[in-house]
Structures are given as structure tokens and as C-alpha cells.
Design a binder for this molecule. Structure first.
Ligand SMILES: NC(=O)c1ccc[n+]([C@@H]2O[C@H](COP(=O)([O-])OP(=O)(O)OC[C@H]3O[C@@H](n4cnc5c(N)ncnc54)[C@H](OP(=O)(O)O)[C@@H]3O)[C@@H](O)[C@H]2O)c1
Length: 349
């Protein structure tokens, strides 16, 4: 039987933290041995501190774990972080300095030059950046991040198209679920019968992160992809599942059939390695006029598949499509766990 790694979860009581726990409960390679959250929760058992907000019961295995401060040492081999961005920088840095691999879902380190912003299907070569962290963290710790929840699906939709035809420009309009704002998130009276056309920092994150993810690793740095990305983000009254309406301009405009083939046939290293959380198909296409929809498509591939529909020629740019994925699974906890599985498989854990 393969080694089981002991993991700590920072921000374990939050929306993403609870997803981590749900996805790790029967995981073949990881077992949750430590949980950390704010001083509101510290000193209580996880069962006392956490109001379980996912369907089903809180897993028995974590109920009795004591909630600790998010500071080393913790009884684990690596940490998954789902801390708020404001505190993640200092906290995640202190874990890396203490020798822990930090697999982070927070925004704090995503754009640092020496930190991989990893989507295993797209840019596993960026793991080479970890060499640049060796001097900074001499005890062997490091930081790997996953992108913003909308960026992940946008980048997955773009990756096979950019590789085959060169995407010159992408204009993305997102419709983002409420769970993306954490708990308690957006006040109910602000979102019932409403759409909010502002999510702080989100448009900038999508625009900056996408070109880093799709960038090329060259001589120990990432050259951002030469692509214009424009994003407008909206919060909508949906529980889970982010959507992006995308318009694309190509360097070499493909036929509609070639564009569909590139999306449908997309497979990469996680599928070759049959990583536990890797979906068989990172992308599926739905041809019905009314798909994708959050309620019907967010759980495709156990929440790890991006569903794409409405693929059509566009009258301003070359093509348009609509992408959808589960924001707390492919967009957060599932993404970080897939990153950790890749790091195990490549010998970094
Ligand atoms: N929700 C998503 O779809 C999504 C997707 C991608 C990335 N993210 C990122 O993931 C992170 C967590 O998001 P979330 O939606 O899970 O937020 P959340 O529901 O508000 O949970 C925040 C977590 O952080 C803990 N925390 C808050 N302040 C703290 C402090 N000062 N010290 C220690 N722990 C503290 C909370 O503990 P208490 O319960 O004790 O307060 C809770 O466990 C954020 O950086 C977010 O941007 C979220």
C-alpha cells in the first residue's frame, strides 16, 4: 500500500475548508490529522467549531480534531491552505519557512515570480519554479498555488485552443455563485432578485493569472502568454457553479469542427498518470442549446470537469462559448488536491 501523507487544513471551518475535508475523507494518499482556523474556533473540537454546510454529515474522522491556530508546528506532513488572502501571506510563508509544503488556494502568493500557479493539465512544467524557492526555504518547505475559482475554468477552456491555434484575445463575462464569497458571504437581501456587477479584485485576478498559467517556463521564469484577456465579473443567485461567457480571437482561426475537436480531445498528464482526482475528461461539450447550467453540470467529473456549450462563430471576435465548473471543487479544494497528487507523483512530496 502506498504511503499516506498526513495533512493539515488551514481555514478548515470555511466553505473551501469543508470541501477539503469532504474530498479528503476517503482519499488513498492523504489523511487529515490537523485543522486550523481563527481564534473564534481555536480550542474547540472541529465538531463544535464548524457548522457543516455541505450536504451529508460532517465526516466522523474529523469531529474530534482540536482546532488549532494556523501556525507551525502542526501534526502533519503538508498543509492545504484556504485562509483569507489578507492573512495567508504571513501564515503560509511561516509554514514554508518551517519546512512544510504549502498547497495554497489563497491569492497571496499566486503572482510571485518563484511560485507555481498550477493547473496540472496545463502547466505542470511550472513546478520547476520550486528550485527557486530552495534558498528561501532551506528547511525544505515550499509554496504551490492554484488559481482563482473563475480563472481555473477559463484557463482550462483556453489551454487546448491556445496550444492548437494561438489565442490572441479572450473577453470573459462571469456569472459567479454565492459559495465563491465564502460564509456568510453576500447578504441575502443584496442578492435575492438581483445581480451584483462587482466582485472585489476578481477581474484583475482573472486577467493576470490567466496569462501566467498559459505562459511558458523558460530559463527559470515564466514568460506570460502573449494574449489579451478582459474580464467582467458578476455575482448571481446560484449556490455553486461559476459560469463564463467567453469570446475568442485566434492567431490561426480554426474551423468550428477543429475547435470542437481540440476541446473534446484534451487530455494531459493527470489523465496519463491516472491521478486520483483527475477527471477522465477535463472538458466535456454539451450540444443542447440550454447547457451548460450550474444546477445540471457543476458536478460533471465529480466536480472536476469543465462543461462547455454554446460554441458558435462570433460576429465581433472569431468564436464564442460558455464554460462552467464547480467553484469549490475544480475552482478550489479539488484543484489544490490535484496539485498535491501531482507533486506526490513527481516526487516532490
Ligand atoms: N469559496 C470559493 O469558491 C473559493 C474559490 C477559490 C479560492 N477561494 C479562496 O479560499 C480562501 C477561503 O475562502 P472560503 O470561501 O472558504 O472563506 P470562508 O468560508 O470565509 O472561510 C474562511 C476560513 O478562514 C478562517 N479564518 C478567517 N480569519 C482568520 C484568521 N484571522 N486567522 C485564522 N483563520 C481565519 C475561518 O475560520 P473561522 O471559521 O474560525 O472564522 C475559516 O476557516 C479565500 O482566500 C478565498 O479567496 C475561495
Amino acid at each position: 500500500m502506498s504511503k499516506k501523507y498526513r495533512v493539515g487544513i488551514l481555514g478548515a471551518t470555511g466553505m473551501v475548508g469543508q470541501r477539503f475535508i469532504e474530498l479528503l475523507v476517503d482519499h488513498p494518499q492523504f489523511t487529515v490529522t490537523a485543522v486550523a482556523a481563527s481564534d473564534r474556533s481555536q480550542g474547540k473540537s472541529f465538531g463544535e467549531a464548524c457548522t457543516w454546510r455541505l450536504s451529508g454529515e460532517m465526516p466522523e474522522a474529523v469531529r474530534a480534531l482540536p482546532v488549532q491556530p494556523p501556525a507551525p508546528p502542526l501534526d502533519c506532513d503538508l498543509v492545504f491552505s484556504s485562509l483569507p488572502g489578507e492573512i495567508a501571506r504571513e501564515t503560509e510563508g511561516s509554514f514554508a519557512a518551517a519546512g512544510y509544503p504549502v498547497i495554497s488556494n489563497s491569492s497571496a502568493f499566486r503572482m510571485d515570480e518563484d511560485v507555481p500557479l498550477l493547473i496540472p493539465e496545463i502547466n505542470h512544467q511550472h513546478i520547476e519554479l520550486l528550485r527557486r524557492q530552495e534558498a528561501k526555504y532551506p528547511k525544505g518547505g515550499y509554496i504551490v498555488t492554484n488559481p482563482n475559482c473563475s480563472t481555473i475554468m477559463i484557463a482550462l477552456a483556453l489551454a487546448p485552443l491556445h496550444a492548437a491555434f494561438g489565442v490572441e484575445a479572450c473577453v470573459a463575462t462571469t456569472l459567479q455563485a454565492l459559495s465563491g464569497a465564502g460564509y456568510p458571504g453576500v447578504a441575502s437581501l443584496d442578492i435575492i432578485d438581483n445581480v451584483l456587477p462587482f466582485i472585489g479584485g476578481e477581474e484583475e485576478k482573472i486577467e493576470a493569472e490567466t496569462v501566467k498559467i498559459l505562459g511558458r517556463f523558460s530559463e527559470s521564469r515564466i514568460e506570460p502568454a502573449p494574449m489579451a484577456v478582459s474580464a467582467q465579473c458578476h455575482r448571481v443567485n446560484v449556490s455553486d457553479g461559476h459560469m463564463a461567457a467567453m469570446r475568442l480571437k485566434f492567431a490561426r482561426k480554426p474551423s468550428l469542427d477543429d475547435l470542437r475537436d481540440a476541446l473534446m480531445s484534451f487530455r494531459s498528464l493527470p489523465q496519463e498518470l491516472t491521478l486520483h482526482s483527475a477527471p477522465d475528461k477535463p472538458i466535456v461539450i454539451r450540444d443542447e442549446e440550454t447547457r451548460p447550467q450550474p444546477k445540471l453540470d457543476r458536478n460533471a467529473g465529480n466536480g472536476m470537469t469543465v462543461t462547455i456549450g454554446r460554441i458558435k462563430p462570433d460576429s465581433v471576435l472569431d468564436y464564442r462559448l460558455v464554460a462552467l465548473s464547480h467553484n469549490t471543487i475544480r475552482g478550489a479544494a479539488g484543484a489544490a488536491i490535484l496539485n498535491a497528487e501531482l507533486l506526490v507523483s513527481l516526487g516532490h512530496l
